[in-house]
Write a protein that binds this ligand. Structure first.
Ligand SMILES: Nc1ncnc2c1ncn2[C@@H]1O[C@H](COP(=O)(O)OP(=O)(O)OP(=O)(O)O)[C@@H](O)[C@H]1O
Ligand SMILES: [Mg+2]
Length: 235
């Protein structure tokens, strides 16, 4: 890649990060001011500001964590210290963590495995893989209306592991699919603000897959659902 293009990417990144940090920082300041002003005369209202302050702080700290994860992933070529990881048990942990949130939204979360469990071991980084699958299942839950269904399917032939996360959610219009894995890209900025998204999840997913010599693809139909598929080579 030529140096001018690299510099432009870097400038865009700094501009994006500054913009994304500025929004929660401004609202923290406003909320803190409002809290101070209402504390004596209107404790009821002060309580409301305090709780908003808490949720905005959470948002800001999630954003910073994601940015740090991404910066670390991007600076690594491949996986620095690969160890044998059982992808199936990583998925089990992720699914059991997400089950509660799914149930809360009345979404069924199903797991299906094809191929011997022994075929699910790869050389990799367990933390990265956990974060990749968490992001995919988190999206599926977030972008699927109540009553929907998420199916996670694993299959392996010993050469390659394929993990599909399929939901019956809102889907993504065809023309938006090519940009989906870019940092900070959100299909609907206004709606994402409500759900607390920063648009970094899928770029983390793509980096983890590529660091493991694999890749990720997406198929989607608006109003019907989306399927994200991760392919990971076994050796
Ligand atoms: N399963 C899905 N169904 C529908 N739209 C999705 C799905 N997964 C991702 N998207 C769209 O892709 C965008 C980018 O996803 P990504 O995970 O990168 O960001 P996010 O979920 O908005 O924020 P976060 O950084 O918290 O993950 C989302 O804003 C959403 O519009
Ligand atoms: Mg996400």
């Amino acid at each position: 890649m030529d140096i001018n293009r690299l510099n432009k990417i870097r400038r865009d990144f700094v501009a994006n990060v500054s913009h994304e940090l500025k929004t929660p920082a401004t609202s923290l300041q406003l909320l803190a001011d409002s809290l101070v002003e209402t504390l004596d005369d209107d404790p009821e209202q002060a309580r409301v500001f305090a709780s908003q302050l808490k949720s905005e702080t959470g948002r800001l700290s999630r954003l910073i964590t994601d940015l740090l994860d991404l910066a670390r992933l991007e600076s690594e070529e491949g996986v620095t210290n690969p160890k044998p990881v059982d992808v199936r048990s990583v998925l089990m942990v992720v699914l059991s963590r997400m089950r509660q949130t799914a149930r809360h939204k009345d979404i069924s979360l199903l797991w299906r495995r094809y191929g011997e469990s022994a075929l699910y071991t790869i050389e990799g980084d367990e933390t990265q893989l956990t974060s990749m699958f968490t992001n995919l299942v988190d999206n599926a839950v977030k972008y699927t209306p109540p009553g929907g269904r998420i199916e996670v399917t694993g299959s392996s032939d010993g050469e390659e592991i394929e993990v599909r996360v399929a939901d019956t959610g809102i889907g993504v219009p065809q023309e938006k699919l090519p940009r989906l894995f870019e940092r900070f890209y959100r299909v609907d900025k206004a709606r994402s603000k409500e759900t607390g998204g920063t648009g970094l999840g899928l770029s983390i997913v793509r980096h983890v897959a590529e660091n493991h010599g694999g890749r990720v693809t997406v198929e989607s139909t608006p109003g019907e659902g989306s399927t994200f598929t991760v392919y990971l080579p076994c050796t």
